[in-house]
Design a protein around this ligand. Structure first.
Ligand SMILES: [Mn+2]
Length: 428
């Protein structure tokens, strides 16, 4: 089943095919002079996918308000349809990452819908940062690190439920992010609190299926504003070490202190075999959850520079999961997610163009200027023809946003899906 009319897609591509051929040939010639085979880059870009977060296709919000757009998805099945539009046009998002309990549904129904739309499922995300109507214990003062054993147990059982549902639908990973922390100095005993977290996390890890991975995600602050239990990559690394071989650190680009060198954190985690994957987004001031590559595309490139470096030298245990994690407040979420998925591919393509032999020689010779210029030469290259050609050959759109608008998908679903109110807070 396809949500975008095939003849419209063909027609849209037709209007842009000739210009693309010309741009692609020109870039092929330019790259050829630099000793790079464009077809190799295109093939790698085609294989580079990123998971769409189910919660990303609804309008996000801030802690102040949410302004829903027309045709908001009503449930996980609507969300999957929206996700399939993103993949149909970009061919870059073959999987969806679910969030439980928001996306709870019959596993067979989830599987059938995903199969019908040609989608798979990526990491499962648990939620112990808000209370649900059917829960006995409250997470107001924490979940896996709560002082009360019954609350910790409830949080553990929720994570095990996420694993069970994930197993039934073909997921292979669980991502845990907890909001646990404290708002006042003295409120929590740092060591005892972290001991409780580790003990609970170990219980979950013990039940992890043999072919699964456990990702823990750190975040510096919010909702807790004085201390957070899993606040930085150092603590996250300790968790992954304590749990075992199938535990890895997840890097959300917005979850660091301002100006932190994220690409260096990525390099460290790769070096010690503990990089689990990413939540891609961008930020200006904090955990802004802005669109990937919208604020600092060079930083995204520098992260991918580390990833490509690891890929080429076949670093042990290197297999990061790529996911988007964004909140869309002023755009159509489908458009934002399409552009963001393409930004991930763009950064990857640019990083593939780095002349690593030259870079290594400049590094060894302490030629700082030429080393950094080598990176810039790759970053400055307009790789759009490679991305567009990869999309076209995979059955997608040369220009996904223009094609999406021409298809009138949002208008169509807004006639089926009733308008929702603006109540409710944002997404962290
Ligand atoms: Mn995240």
């Amino acid at each position: 089943m396809t949500m975008i009319d095939a003849s419209l897609l063909e027609q849209e591509n037709e209007t842009r095919a000739k210009a693309l051929e010309s741009d692609y040939d020109a870039l092929a010639g330019q790259l050829n002079r630099r000793g790079i085979a464009i077809e190799t880059v295109k093939r790698k870009v085609s294989a580079c996918g990123v998971a769409v977060p189910s919660w990303g296709v609804g309008t996000g919000g801030t802690r102040f308000a949410r302004f829903p757009g027309p045709g908001e998805p009503r449930d996980i099945f609507d969300k999957l349809e929206d996700c399939s539009v993103i993949h149909a046009l970009t061919r870059a998002t073959p999987t969806v990452s679910l969030h439980i309990p928001w996306d709870k549904a019959e596993p067979d129904a989830l599987k059938a819908k995903a199969e019908e739309l040609g989608l798979g499922f990526d990491a499962m995300n648990s939620n112990t940062f808000q209370d649900q109507p059917d829960l006995v214990q409250s997470y107001k003062f924490g979940s896996l690190s709560h002082t009360d054993a019954a609350t910790r147990q409830q949080a553990i059982e929720h994570n095990l439920e996420c694993i069970a549902l994930g197993e039934a639908i073909g997921s292979k990973a669980l991502t845990i992010w907890v909001g646990d922390g404290s708002n006042f100095p003295g409120q929590s005993h740092f060591t005892r609190q972290f001991e409780r977290y580790l003990e609970a996390a170990k219980t979950i890890y013990a039940d992890l299926p043999a072919d699964w991975r456990l990702f823990t995600e750190h975040k510096m602050y919010e909702p807790a504003f004085y201390s957070t239990v899993v606040q930085d990559w150092g603590t996250n690394y300790l968790i992954a070490q304590e749990l075992g071989d199938r535990a890895f650190c997840l890097v959300d680009l917005g979850h660091h202190a301002p100006n932190v060198n994220i690409e260096m954190i990525v390099a460290r985690l790769i070096q010690f075999g503990k990089l689990g994957g990413f939540h891609f987004n961008d930020s200006k001031y904090g955990d802004d959850d802005l669109d990937t590559g919208s604020i600092d595309p060079y930083r995204l490139f520098l992260v991918f520079n580390e990833l490509v470096d690891a890929e080429l030298r076949q670093a042990a245990g290197f297999n990061p999961a790529h996911m988007l994690d964004q909140s869309h407040n002023v755009t159509d979420p489908i458009e934002s997610l399409m552009v963001s998925a393409m930004e991930v591919q763009r950064a990857y393509a640019q990083a593939l163009l780095v002349d690593r032999t030259a870079l290594g020689a400049f590094q060894d010779a302490n030629d700082a200027l030429m080393a950094t210029t080598t990176l810039k030469a790759a970053f400055r290259t307009d790789v759009e023809p490679i991305l567009a050609k990869a999309r076209l050959e995979a059955g997608g759109a040369i220009d996904p946003v223009a094609t999406y608008r021409a298809a009138g998908y949002r208008q169509r679903v807004s006639e089926i899906r009733p308008a929702v109110s603006g109540a409710g807070g944002g997404i962290v």
